[in-house]
Design a binder for this molecule. Structure first.
Ligand code: HEM
Length: 405
């Protein structure tokens, strides 16, 4: 591995190691301070630009011709998916998005509604009499993995493996030491190879024996008379698994975290689908599951008085944009009726989250069931919130709760 490929992993080191434990659970005071003092700044240690302001982030997301999603060759590493839609610019991006978009169209998704409800009910059946559960392990983790396995048409029994692979792929380094970065790199490379081998087998099977599933659709999809290459299909499957799991799990966990922090909201939201909808949107803004996006400058460019050079790395802090007082009134207050709520938790522009409709649907169905079936949800006595040790994702590793059935 070159030194430069390690550099990209450094981008996701916490700003200051001293702030570690509290900043993973509550990075907002730090982000607010940085947004106020330096909406755009260069961090020498992490060797990247940090962008904190909503307008600045929108300006970048609206200009893919200047701020690319293609990882410059010198940075490519075990996490890169250079042939997936996430890391392509137009025109290649446009073509892949057309193919992928079909599988995520409303008509395709509505077929999943009943399945999501039955999985959610089954997961609650298992714990309801106990009066306590780890909401992350018992609900927020399994549900999105089962849904995406169902869509892709892969064995649900393999979901522990999926979870392990996707957790490994999204880990942040523990510290800046070369040993730590190297260890993480080796672990991620291993997970990546196992994932590739897994999907290669499934894709071969679906080529010769198509089924009614997403992998079969992608394998046989054509745009302008062309099908996707084998590598493009493998990377797309990996992207769906990783992008779809961690994020939706975190949305569920963050939502229930808010219910424990603000217990007076529970009666207001329970059994009220419209309120539930706006509360889900407010959770996405207030505790955004994806903290940051990466972009790379295509050429030297001036941005708000800063001179950026070609192939510079930009970290766009969505969690900060979603608390920007220039756009949101009382941004540090949770307002479950907030409207409009133009948060950027799903990104913006040509790479706007392909799974946004799916995860909103999952959240509306599954969290409605949680709220109807579990009353008086509270943090288990003596339990502490365990955050995911990542600067990229914002969520909980464990959320022990008690409730009345
Ligand atoms: C893209 C967030 C759920 C698949 C994105 C982006 C964000 C995001 C911020 C933009 C990336 C960029 O501009 O570089 C979220 C959040 C989710 C979620 C917060 C849940 C609460 C899902 C699900 C799936 C999915 C369930 C699929 C199963 C994708 C894909 C892209 C994407 C394929 C790339 C789109 C493109 O590059 O054109 N997501 N996501 N996401 N997301 Fe999601």
């Amino acid at each position: 591995m070159t030194n430069e490929s390690l550099e990209l992993e450094k981008v996701f080191l916490p700003f200051s190691e001293n702030e570690l434990p509290s900043s993973f659970l509550n990075p907002f005071p730090t982000l607010n301070r940085l947004r106020q003092t330096t909406p755009i700044r260069y961090d020498e240690t992490r060797q990247c630009w940090d962008i904190f302001g909503y307008q600045e982030i929108m300006q970048i997301l609206k200009a893919p011709e200047c701020f690319s999603s293609v990882v410059p060759g010198k940075f490519e590493n075990s996490l890169s998916l250079p042939e997936s839609i996430l890391e392509l610019d137009p025109p290649q991006h446009t073509k892949l998005r057309k193919i992928a978009g079909k599988a995520f169209a409303p008509a395709a998704l509505s077929q999943l509604e009943a399945k999501i409800a039955s999985i959610a009910n089954e997961l609650i059946d298992r714990v309801v009499q106990r009066g306590e559960m780890d909401f992350v392990a018992d609900f927020a983790n399994p549900l999105p993995v089962i849904v995406i396995s169902e869509m892709l048409g892969v064995e649900q029994n393999d979901r522990a493996l999926f979870k392990h692979w996707s957790d490994t792929m999204v880990k942040s380094p523990a510290d800046a030491s070369p040993e730590s970065l190297e260890r993480l790199h080796t672990e991620q490379l291993q997970a990546r190879r196992e994932l590739e081998a897994y999907f290669q087998k499934v894709i071969e099977l679906r080529r010769s024996d198509p089924q009614e599933d997403l992998i079969s659709q992608i394998v046989h999809a054509e745009v302008d008379g062309e099908t996707l290459t084998f590598n493009q299909i493998v990377e797309f499957c990996i992207l769906l698994l990783v992008a779809g799991n961690e994020t939706t799990t975190n949305l569920f966990g963050n939502f229930v975290r808010l219910l424990t922090e603000r217990s007076e909201l529970q009666p207001a939201v329970s059994g009220n689908p419209e309120r539930l909808k706006t509360m889900i949107e407010e959770t996405l803004r207030f505790y955004s599951p994806v903290q940051a996006l990466l972009r790379y400058t295509k050429q030297d460019i001036d941005l708000q008085g800063c001179h950026l050079k070609k192939d510079d790395v930009l970290v766009l802090w969505l969690t900060s944009a979603n608390r920007d007082p220039a756009v949101f009134d009382r941004p540090d207050e949770l307002d479950i009726d907030r409207s409009p709520n133009p948060h950027v938790a799903f990104g913006f522009g040509i790479h706007f989250c392909l799974g946004a409709m799916l995860s909103r649907m999952e959240a509306q169905i599954a969290l409605d069931i949680v709220m109807r079936r579990l009353c008086n949800i509270r943090l288990a006595p003596g339990a502490a919130l365990t955050p995911i040790p990542s600067t990229f994702f914002f969520g909980l590793q464990a959320l022990p709760i008690e409730f009345d059935p």
